[in-house]
Design a protein around this ligand. Structure first.
Ligand code: G4P
Length: 529
């Protein structure tokens, strides 16, 4: 296949959801369609995690969860699909956000009975920053669900995004009769046969065929459907693919991942509407995926995947060209030339060495310890540098100190190295040294990972005292004298290790106070420096 065709057929996306909305179930069904797995239950999820084959972190085994997010690649109908798994349960962390930087589009799974939940909100916010296409799969229609109009309304009001239902549910729970396909004007009837795992074609019936409709879904449901469709056609947004591609209009699908209903129409429509690898911004202008020169950026670093080697694995998103194993590439930040001899691709639980990969793909490479999050690796013939990955606001804070003052040096080294990998963020109170470090994390499990790694890799025991802060803001007003700001007594001034001033808050209310009482103060939730 031609180089450009390889790139055009790639679709790289992340699936986001609040825990339990059905992300793992939907992913599994997509993999089943692609023939990438033979039985459901192969993807690492809550139920199977304990048995998952993984020699990655010891902690991962102890806790029976997956700290790392994997990338799943499979083929479907000529497309080469890369699904970026965003850790979502107890293992929610900054990696979850960073993974979104590597995606070209996002699928948001929502539980039809619950609507938008807190984690969906956080992930949506980060996705929206990138203006990439976002698709909504409203799941669990086989259970009692909220009114579909109400669900759309919530999406529009809370996220400020237009919605366009591609299909429409007919009832829910025990009364779930199927979905109406808006472009084909036909219904797909749901039946007992959908309880299995196989790819199935639903029964199709034209909406004007009253007699057949009545026999499939009953007169009551038919009347209700006809009324709702009339309302929907009159009131909903117009479908506009340009708006979809800019992330302003979300195509909405209703279905049931567990019973395998609506997954295939979702996949097929999604593949038609989503984008191939996107153009990416560099410091010297945009680079197109079809550019013949290879370029990639680092979005995730996973330490100690193999304990015997104490190695780190770095995950890169290829943005342009073709990656070739053993070819020499430039690591832009260090200026060093590298030969990446064991590039890997991940498939569910297994990893395999690959010889080539294309723009849109994710590769994992062993890291001699030189990479940081956001770094660029590229062809030596064309040096580019990608914009850094933003620093996401931590939501949990703790003071950590070493127990044994003789271990001070190892403590400082450990904390600094782990922060450099992007596994934690570190702060300190102005004019204090590294004895007491304030650690900020997005997910509390990161604290445990930090303690575990300091002990196992650096031989340091630490004392951790959790702090009550939940919000952080970078002060962006130039020349602010932080000491003279009017702040509530439980707002704390800290600095990051680049010397930037920040404020940490216990509540939203305190942030508003700071903004109201200090005219002109600019506070930012994400930092690009
Ligand atoms: P997550 O990755 O978003 O956290 O969700 P996951 O797929 O693990 O699904 C959470 C629970 O919801 C699972 O049940 C799963 O079987 C169920 N589920 C997912 N999709 C549907 C659906 O369309 N309809 C119904 N009725 N249930 C669905 P569990 O009992 O918590 O776990 P398990 O023992 O089945 O793995």
């Amino acid at each position: 296949m031609e180089f450009c065709d390889e790139i055009k057929r790639r679709r790289t996306f992340a699936i986001i959801s609040h825990p339990d909305a059905g992300k793992t179930t939907l992913t599994e069904k997509l993999l089943l369609y692609g023939g990438a797995i033979q039985t459901a239950g192969s993807v690492k999820g809550k139920a199977t995690a304990r048995h998952a084959v993984s020699d990655w972190m010891e902690l991962e085994k102890q806790r029976g969860i997956s700290i790392t997010s994997s990338v799943l690649q499979f083929e479907y109908d000529g497309f080469c699909i890369n699904i970026l798994d965003t850790p979502g349960h107890q293992d929610f962390s900054e990696d979850t956000y960073r993974t979104l930087m590597a995606a070209d589009s996002v699928v948001m799974v929502i539980d039809a009975a619950k609507g938008i939940e807190p984690q969906t909100r956080k992930l949506f916010k980060v996705t929206a920053m990138r203006h990439i296409p976002i698709f909504t799969f409203i799941n669990k229609l086989d259970r009692d669900a909220r009114d579909p109009f109400e669900l759309l309304d919530q999406l529009e009001k809370e996220f400020g995004i237009g919605t366009y239902p591609i299909n429409w549910p007919i009832g829910s729970g025990v009364d779930f009769k199927g979905v109406f396909d808006r472009s084909e004007r036909k219904i797909l009837a749901f039946g007992d046969m959908h309880k299995g795992q196989m790819k199935l074609d639903a029964i199709k019936c034209d909406i004007s065929d009253t007699e057949k409709l009545d026999s499939l879904i009953g007169e009551y449901s038919r009347r209700e459907l006809v009324d709702q469709i009339e309302l929907l056609d009159g009131a909903s947004f117009e479908f506009d693919i340009n708006e979809v591609q800019k992330g302003k209009l979300t195509p909405v699908f209703f279905g049931s991942a567990l019973t395998n209903f609506g997954v295939q129409p979702f996949l097929e429509n999604f593949l038609k509407m989503t984008t191939p690898p996107l153009v990416r911004a560099t410091s010297s202008g945009d680079i197109t995926p079809e550019d013949e020169h290879f370029s990639a950026f680092v979005f995730k670093i996973q330490a100690n995947m193999n304990k015997a080697h104490r190695d780190r694995m770095t995950f890169m998103r290829i943005c342009s060209g073709k990656f070739e194993r053993d070819k020499e590439y430039l690591h832009v930040q260090s200026g060093k030339t590298l030969r990446l001899s064991q590039p890997q691709q991940l498939m569910a639980d297994s990893r395999q060495i690959i010889n080539e990969a294309y723009a849109g793909d994710i590769i994992g490479v062993f890291d001699p310890g030189i990479f940081s999050i956001g770094d660029t690796v590229c062809d030596r013939a064309k040096k580019v540098q990608f914009e850094g990955i933003p620093t996401f606001a931590p939501e949990h804070f703790a003071v950590i100190e070493h127990r044994d003052s003789l271990k001070r040096k190892q403590f400082v080294k450990g904390v600094e190295q782990i922060a450099q990998e992007g596994a934690i963020q570190i702060f300190h109170e102005p004019n204090t040294g590294m004895e007491r470090v304030i650690v900020g994390v997005v997910g509390v499990l990161q604290f445990e990972v930090l303690e575990y790694r300091l002990k196992n890799e650096y031989g340091v025991d630490v004392i951790r005292n959790n702090m009550p802060y939940q919000f952080i803001r970078w002060i962006k007003t130039p020349g602010t004298d932080v000491k003279s700001l009017n702040l509530t007594s439980d707002t704390k001034w800290v600095q990051d290790f680049k010397g930037n001033d920040l404020l940490i808050f216990t509540s939203d209310w305190n942030i508003n106070w700071a903004l109201e009482k200090n005219e002109g103060l600019i506070l930012e939730e994400f930092s690009k420096e």
